[in-house]
Design a protein around this ligand. Structure first.
Ligand SMILES: *[C@@H]1O[C@H](CO)[C@@H](O)[C@H](O)[C@H]1NC(C)=O
Length: 344
């Protein structure tokens, strides 16, 4: 049995449109968030905490220096069963699924069944994650390499799936937990002084500092992996077999280069937000910002967006138009803040 975990929903949050609901959906931690002072907001049809009692910035810094729990139960967790599961997944994505080992994000097909897991999902992210989590695990966490997963009992809660991944740029795990016991597990983790709760605000600035894309903002059905500087996601074998969606456009683009590119931007002055126009030094529009925020770590505004390929080189001087004013900005390599994924 193979599992596709959170990454699936990072890539395809638009699947939510398949399940429209009038009222906001609640995760199994909804009441707990409110008890903890969570400020609940709407996010993709879900009610989730944007922050707790701590400010967004202190939550962000706490994650970079210690570790934080994020409720990511809104993400669709899917298991794909069946003979054609690998073929099926390869019909959806550009990665080399056949090459993945069991318990990597491996999945599904034509002779396939999709199973949507009705479980909670929490992310524990930050440099002290392994020290915190190891206390509640029998297995040696050092053996759980980046992007692999294992079934485990965590602090006495059985049937948890622990995956070494996340979206903050730090070492971290996502833990799929039976719904009825997620509050208990969260409370146990919080008894460690290293651990605090963090909300959507910190999640967004952490992932942006790490240069990670948010589907719907930074990538969507109109962008190719080449435009998005995500060529590394296309498996070598699949560049040969050219059997993924859009291959007839994407494969030639790899050689020819794209007309536009996703780049990082750094600016001072007012913060840069989604849809801010990007201008050349002479004021011509050359692109648009797709995500932006003040960086708590760098104390500068960071953003990502698409520009004409001629302006995509690191260090290129450009401008962003904020409140009708052209503000100088500079094209920057991403991640903006060094990432610390587990490499052990
Ligand atoms: C990118 O450009 C900046 C100058 O804007 C420079 O300081 C930095 O070293 C460059 N980084 C790389 C990786 O080339």
């Amino acid at each position: 049995m193979l599992s596709v975990i959170a990454v699936f929903s990072v890539c395809f949050p638009s699947l939510c449109f398949l399940f429209p609901q009038a009222a906001l959906k609640k995760t199994p931690l909804f009441d707990f968030h409110r008890q903890q002072g969570g400020k609940m907001v709407e996010f993709s049809g879900w009610s989730l905490p944007v922050q707790y009692k701590d400010s967004h910035i202190s939550s962000h810094m706490h994650t970079r220096e210690h570790c934080s729990i994020f409720d990511v139960s809104h993400m669709l967790q899917t298991k794909v069963h069946g003979r054609d599961r690998v073929k099926f997944m390869e019909s959806l994505v550009v990665a080399d699924i056949a090459e993945l080992k069991d318990n990597q994000f491996k999945a599904a097909g034509f002779d396939v069944d999709l199973e949507f897991l009705d479980e909670a999902l929490i992310a524990l992210q930050g440099p002290s994650m392994s020290q915190v989590l190891q206390k509640g695990l029998k297995d040696d966490l050092r053996k759980l390499t980046f992007m692999t997963s294992t079934l485990a009992t965590v602090f006495g809660v059985p049937n948890c799936r622990v995956t070494r991944c996340g979206y903050t740029g730090e070492d971290g795990v996502e833990i799929s937990v039976p719904k009825g016991r997620v509050v208990e597990l969260t409370e146990k983790l919080l008894t460690n002084g290293e651990v605090k709760l963090a909300g959507l605000g910190a999640r967004d600035s952490l992932r942006l500092e790490a240069g990670l894309c948010l589907y719907g903002n930074d990538i969507d059905e109109t962008t190719t992996p080449v435009d998005a500087s995500l060529v590394w996601t296309i498996g070598k074998r699949r560049r040969q077999t050219k059997d993924f969606p859009g291959a007839n456009i994407i494969v030639p683009q790899i050689k020819a280069k794209a007309d536009r590119k996703r780049v990082g931007l750094v600016s001072s002055g007012p913060p840069v937000r989604q849809h801010t126009p990007i201008l050349s030094p002479d004021g011509t529009v050359i692109g648009e910002v797709t995500s932006g925020c003040p960086s708590p770590c760098l104390k500068k505004n960071v953003a990502m967006g698409y520009v004409d390929a001629a302006f995509a080189k690191n260090g290129t001087n450009i401008q962003v138009e904020v409140r009708k004013k052209a503000v100088p900005a500079i094209v920057s390599k991403m991640p903006f803040v060094q990432t610390n994924y587990y490499s052990g």
